[in-house]
Write a new protein. Sequence first.
Length: 975
Amino acid sequence: MSGVPLRRPRRPLALTCAAIAAVSATVVAVSTTATPQGTGETTHRTALPHVAKEYLHEIQGVDEADGAGGETKEITSALAQFDDARNAPGFALQGGYTAAVDHIHGMTSTGGAWDEVSDVPYNSDDQRYRDYYANTTAGSGFVTGRVQALAAGGDYLFAAGAGGGVYRKNVAQNGPWTPISDVSGGVPALSSGALAYVAARDELWYATGDGSTGATTYTGDGVWVAEHASTTPVWTHLADGDAAPGQTGTRKNLFDGAVIQQIRFNKAGTWAYAPSSFGLWRHSTTDLNANWQPVFVPNPSALPGETPTGTHSTDNYVTDVAIEPANDNHLVAAFGWVAGGSDNGWYDGRYDAGTQSWTFARSNVTGSINPKDIGRTTFAWGRKKLYALVHNPDHASQGISYSELGGIYVSNSGSVAGPWSKIADSHKLAQAGSALDPTVKHAGAVNPGYQPGVQAWYNQFLAVDPANDDHVFAGLEEVYETKNSGASWTTPGPYWNFFFSCWGSDPNADQLGCPSTTHSDQHAAAIANGRLYVGNDGGLYTRPVSGRTNSGGHATDWQSLSAPQSGTPDFLQYYAVGIGKVDPDKAAAIMGTRAYDHNGVVVSGGLQDNGGSILFTGASSEKTMGSNFGGDGGDVLVDPNDGCRIVQEYVDLAMRVTNVCAAATGTDSFTDLGKAHTRSIKPPETTARFTAPFAADHQDIDNWLAGGQHVWLNTKGFNIASGKDWNQLVDLGTNAAGTAARTATAVASDRGDAIVPFCGSCNAGSAFESGYAFGQANAAALKDGSATHGWKIVTTGDAKVVDAGGKVVGTLPNRMISGTDVYHDATGQVHYLLAFNGFSRHWVEGPGAGVGHLFESTDGVTWHDWSNGSDASTSLPDVPANTVKYVDGGRVALGTDFGVFLRDAAGNWARLGTGLPATVVNDLEPGPKGDDHLYAATYGRGIWKLAMPTVHYAGGDASQDEWWNAHKPTAATNP
């Protein structure tokens, strides 16, 4: 089996003309409370002509680089790049996570308390921002980030975010959402895999490690159990395991670095089973102090250890287990690495009480399942029937590019051996009212390339009505339902409402003809007290198990559990944040007559699967955050002097700019690019990372840098008209072997001194290479006649690290450089900063991994390791670093996978602030002048801010804003 982390190609949404918007979770939706919702699929309104509107046209269709496009490319790229950043140049070994947590516990903190900024409802269908590049009226309503796991019982619902930990809600009383895992004495890992609730004991089992099949991506530190889960949880870490077959000794911190997708109990409730990337293990539910016992570990030698093995966790990837209700000693384990492999399949297991061991053999399943085509599997028991949703990793090799769904199957006998009958495939579901029906006319073209199950390796759930074995809910990209054991299906939760007959372009009519739907990409389901709960890339939704539908089979009674009346769990996954002052006159002119706070700021962010968010803050702060850009979000650039001047990124450096917050002023701006308040400014770049970097010079808002394989410069600032206004500064070229293009991973510039880190190949492995380019980034640099405009390109292996005395002690680590910054001190001396991702060489198997996470240089050639303090407690923990910002007075803030750390002028480190969840921090940005806060964009718990002195970046001059001066209403004036 392959030991390579996830590289699963997702299939293209092959549209040749105006295409569907970001076939990803940023499908914007109608509020469930803003306006009445219709119950029919017909309307007297005239539907919008499909050819009149582009839905994030930029990367839909066949991607030039690898043939994958749309959402199929997006999630693959995002997971792979997140993975590579933490593993390169090799693969992470066991122990790094636990060691980092132990180190952090020994550190002190400095500064005050962090305040949450994004803890307000996020309306992805905010009508104020129904501009050309928005997805408003798609149908999913109020959203939050990806919900990976759900559990329900009694009066309570528990939800686990992909990187946000566990929230609890009393659904009987419609109580608020409360985070319960990141409390004092709680769980240090907030990446989530599975939840299971035992109401009789008020006990919640929480498996950490993101279950989206991204190999070592978003890994955690195992299983935790909360006693008194509905009141004041007391958490216990089920850390250690017995020796795997053929091995000896206790496995300390068994699941450190693992992914766990399910927690299953036997019928008696005495054992909990954890199918994981480290195999199948079980734990006593009556003795939480016991060790985990190995059940099915097919390749024990591939379990991670403290030394390289040459094989990795994908060699033991178990996605689910089915336990026979009548015989706890008989079960079937689904081995299903998503890229396929010789070991993939179902394995029949029997427990021999005499030997106290399990014996497994590849299951000889009967019926319509091909045992050779089994990938990720989800099982679901009824009272007598057993169902299975199966991903087929071999569809691509079989010439099937539109779906990776092997099928949904039922064993009517309840036997895991079958016979199994196929009750659904992609074709059947597409014809069941799906928005992904390939015969639906999308922008005038038939869409054959993106059909139900195209992401079956990534998003799936299966749930059986406990009162009716024939009533089943299945989750793929959409929510499907059968009431007759698969004889027929409906789609109560379609992907979106675009192109249904009820959908139209009139903003005043809103969605009166279409009912609300769920967000796309389903991951979890729970049934309790007659209600269905689903979790997806946009949060949580609920409806009655026996709910209402219209004539098209679409549910008319979905309720978003992220809506204002339901409270707001903040699982939002941000890549970046940008902050600018409020221009009250402009805001009133473009967004209405209500008063806007002169002392407030506009906070914008780029999100995974949920577009671009925008929030006005201040004394008259808004109660709802809106979405002014659709598609996957990315990097963000905001004018510090005017928060309505915003650059957002779709993916692959597809940049879009607005001078007026992308606030809509009628139907035309939604359908006619010529009347839009947003324009495309993508550089002429063909090779950029999924989330590609760009930034303005700290002291010159008109000088922008953007990076792909080339470094681009825009000297017109927010007066940029199109992608033609970019100038190439330097070609980063290819790696030394000439086998991979180098691509930028970050950019920074201050007073024209700029630096651009890169990788190429960026994949973990022997071909990985990192480095940086530095030079001048301003109009003067363009006058340099050389091909590189005076820039120098340096690989990490050629960059010398020196000690305090100037002695060369090594080279920069050959790891991913995810963050960078440039600043000038009081003497005018330039300082370059590089932040290195991944763990240091003790935890990474690969050449040149090195040590250290933050390095500083004054000449761009020799570097100082700023990772160490005066002793261990004042040194930086060995944690993946994602972003770095010079704060002021010689202080530097570092955003990591474990929160934010501050280096003082004396070189000592401390945890920065209190109250910030220990999740991934992707971006740090200072507020504008007058707003003395440092803002943090987290990947799983939204945006936060900390009051502290910071530098302030230069803003623009409103009187020189050419777009606003040409388009502003006559009554509007410049401040």
